[in-house]
Write a protein that binds this ligand. Structure first.
Ligand SMILES: C[S@@+](CC[C@H](N)C(=O)[O-])C[C@H]1O[C@@H](n2cnc3c(N)ncnc32)[C@H](O)[C@@H]1O
Length: 310
């Protein structure tokens, strides 16, 4: 297995916010190429406990092969971060001092054509982050109704040509390969729109299908909610997201947990008895520096949000 190609995004900012000290217990929920994990390791050892997880078995195997130190206070777990409670229970941990997640895909995943994530290569329609999951992009593209496809592309991709694209896909089915899907999408997006846009015309549709294949938004909601529950008092939770759909979920769940009453506005008296769980440390999300964008254009859309448990 090759070593990682991934360049970590907003690593210094996301980790600095965690206020790490020797001896802390920390979760890196998205191991990827291991950049964040290695940095956290240096900050909390000796004496700390590090739990790092990924739903992609390649990321786990690569890290186990390359990481110089394997000890019983490092837990490298092949799992979905939405199982954070089980991951901690299996490691005999009740609460943690910090959690970080750097969402989305690693360059290792994007650049491996057989994973089917990239619209610029010829690959099978796969897009599963967890290679043993039942549903792949092939199933979503070929088995969804036209209406379902249009909804997926619109909801998860913010794509205004979702209906046209869904209709064109249905006419072309069965579609096996990423390049055929790309051609179908490009063929129905007006030329003038393509010329004006800064992104490839297939970007939004590929993103939408990937989110549906991996049920990304539902896992993210569970992870954020349960992550806040397992944080110690003063513990910090940093999240780097890469598109507006993800960032909206992070912002809303962090804000809801920072509020007292969450009753509907029409309720005359509070019945929820909700108490604030966290303090939001980033009123507006932090964005990537120009220098980082110059060195790594993929970091362009990153947004960092952080809360502290109260
Ligand atoms: C952008 S990469 C992380 C890169 C990492 N921070 C680094 O510095 O190398 C995102 C990783 O999160 C993983 N991932 C995405 N969703 C996940 C989930 N629900 N549970 C666990 N891992 C997930 C992906 O498989 C991918 O390896």
């Amino acid at each position: 297995m090759e070593s990682t190609k991934h360049i970590s995004v907003m690593q210094n900012e996301a980790i600095e916010f965690l206020n790490l000290k020797k001896g802390m217990t920390v979760v890196d929920a998205t191991l990827g190429g291991g950049g964040y994990t290695r940095e956290i390791y240096k900050s909390i050892m000796p004496g700390g406990t590090l739990i790092t997880c990924d739903r992609d078995i390649d990321a786990i195997n690569r890290f186990k092969k390359d990481f110089e130190v394997i000890a019983n206070n490092i837990h490298i777990v092949h799992s979905n971060y939405s199982h954070i409670r089980k991951i901690l229970k299996d490691a005999n941990i009740d609460f943690v001092d910090a959690i970080v997640a750097d969402l989305g895909l690693s360059s290792d995943q994007i650049e491996k054509t057989d994973r089917g994530f990239s619209f610029s290569d010829v690959g099978l329609l796969d897009m599963r982050m967890n290679q043993s999951a039942d549903i792949s992009a092939y199933d979503i593209v070929n088995d969804s109704s036209e209406e379902e496809l249009a909804q997926i592309i619109f909801m998860y991709g913010d794509e205004k040509f979702a209906r046209r694209i869904a209709s064109a896909i249905c006419k072309e089915r069965p579609i096996q390969d990423t390049n055929v899907l790309t051609e179908v999408i490009v063929s129905v997006i007006p030329h003038r729109v393509q010329q004006r846009s800064k992104i490839h015309p297939a970007t939004r549709t590929f993103q939408a299908i990937r989110i549906a294949v991996n049920d990304e938004f539902e896992h993210l909601k569970v992870f954020l909610t349960e992550g806040i529950e397992v944080l110690q008092k003063s513990g910090r939770f940093s999240i780097v997201s890469f598109h507006s759909g993800e960032d909206r979920i992070v912002k809303n769940i962090f804000r809801t947990n920072a509020r007292g009453c969450i009753c509907a506005p029409e309720m005359p008296v509070c019945r929820c008895e909700h108490v604030p769980q966290v303090r939001v440390l980033t009123k507006k999300p932090l964005v990537t520096s120009e220098e980082e964008i110059r060195d790594n254009p993929r970091s362009r859309s990153a947004r960092l949000r952080v809360v502290e448990k109260i």
